[in-house]
Design a protein around this ligand. Structure first.
Ligand SMILES: O=C(O)CCC(=O)C(=O)O
Ligand SMILES: [Fe+2]
Length: 224
């Protein structure tokens, strides 16, 4: 009998565009579990996880909690001025260090990571109905790369161009444990999350029963 073909191993590093790199399976299960536990702690407060209010009056479908700086459309502050006024917690050194290690692997250059000092982390939680529209991360005054980590359900991460929110774009599937970096000529590319695959995550193995968790690290370039 001809054996059923095995799934090909996922590639370890995929350059999507100059400066944009996908690292499938960068986090092991233990690291993912640790991050899920940490996110549960941060979600409790002092600024609890919530849906960001938009200037249009609506709310984002993604729920989030921030470390280092509080983000709302379209600026940063230290305190949640549109919410409970509390100050966000510091971004822990171990998380910044994780960001540096992702960067070194993404750019295959330990030096690329040496001066990288992310000072804000956005923790985003997607339930099955949540999406994130095409946008640029552009409130930062630094050209340093954005590092993103994914845990839980798989999603389509739509990575576009720096000119418009429309095509051309590349749809990348981000799975639990994947890292994604965009910097250099891609730093201000439009991107979004149009689709989640409910039930596709490792669930109990990482301590996240459903949905998708994303951690996004950025350098604001703002004075301390
Ligand atoms: O969830 C993601 O993968 C992307 C999140 C994102 O683009 C953002 O928080 O600005
Ligand atoms: Fe973004």
């Amino acid at each position: 009998m001809i054996p059923f073909p095995e799934e090909p191993p996922r590639p370890r590093r995929v350059e999507i565009a100059p400066g944009a790199v996908h690292l499938p399976g960068w986090l092991d299960v233990e690291q993912q579990r640790h991050l899920v536990r940490a996110c549960r702690e941060w979600a409790r407060g002092p600024v609890p996880m919530r849906r960001t209010r938009l200037p249009t009056g609506g709310v984002m479908s993604v729920q989030s909690v921030h470390l280092g700086w509080y983000w709302r459309p379209y600026h940063y502050s230290r305190t949640a001025d549109d919410h409970n006024g509390a100050r966000v917690p510091e971004l822990p050194d171990w998380l910044a260090d994780l960001g540096r290690r992702v960067l070194a692997d993404a750019y295959q250059d330990p030096d690329a990571a040496v001066g990288y000092r992310p000072d804000v982390a956005l923790v985003n939680y997607y339930d099955h109905a949540a999406k994130l529209g095409m946008h640029q991360d552009k409130e930062e005054r630094s050209p340093d790369p954005v590092v993103s980590l994914s845990i839980g359900d798989r999603c389509v991460f739509r990575f576009g161009n720096t000119e418009t929110r429309n095509r051309p774009w590349t749809d990348v599937e981000l799975a639990s444990g994947d890292a994604f970096v965009f910097g250099g000529p891609c730093r201000f590319a439009y991107h979004g999350v149009p689709k989640l695959y409910p039930g596709s995550g490792p669930n109990a193995d990482v301590g996240l029963a459903e949905g998708r968790l994303n951690l996004t690290l950025r350098v604001t370039g703002l004075p301390g």
